[in-house]
Design a protein. Structure first.
Length: 159
């Protein structure tokens, strides 16, 4: 089972948000929260709030919907920051001109999943079989084109 939380239209560049999200990918929730608490980036507070929201979504499903979830075994399965709409702004420039610049916006998404007792991810669908991989086709042999060889260029003599 996967538990998601999403924050849209955050006023941070997606590139800067990805720096923080890469710190917590694949970690247990407890370790990820500790990492975010001591990260000095401004977006770390937003990501921490989002991670706590995803944990609360898991708690809600376990208590209200009757789904068996062990909150202690949750880990960060996916943490991504996508581009949002860009705000175009104008800055005054010398000699009456104007320079344009862009303020970026990010959509941040965190997905949590439950790990099994042996450390492997818990399967979401029981009895799912892997599809057989298609057989590889043999690469075609390159054939030489028949015909005349390309003509050589002659250098003109200098006088």
């Amino acid at each position: 089972m996967e538990f998601r939380a999403e924050a849209r239209y955050m006023r941070v560049s997606p590139q800067k948000a990805r720096l923080v999200l890469n710190l917590i990918k694949g970690r247990r929730v407890e370790d990820a929260l500790n990492t975010l608490m001591f990260t000095k980036k401004r977006v770390a507070a937003t990501v921490e709030k989002l991670l706590r929201s995803a944990v609360e979504n898991a708690n809600y499903l376990s208590s209200e919907k009757g789904i068996d979830v062990d909150v202690d075994s949750l880990y960060v399965k996916r943490a991504i920051a996508n581009d949002g709409p860009r705000m175009k702004r104008i800055r005054p420039a010398p000699m009456g001109r104007a320079y344009r610049y862009v303020r970026r916006i990010a959509h941040i998404e965190i997905a949590l999943a439950e790990r099994g007792k042996n450390g492997a991810a818990v399967a979401t669908v029981v009895g799912e079989e892997k599809a057989a991989a298609p057989a590889k086709a043999k690469p075609k042999a390159k054939t030489k084109a028949k015909g005349k060889a390309p003509a050589k260029k002659k250098m003109a003599a200098k006088k």
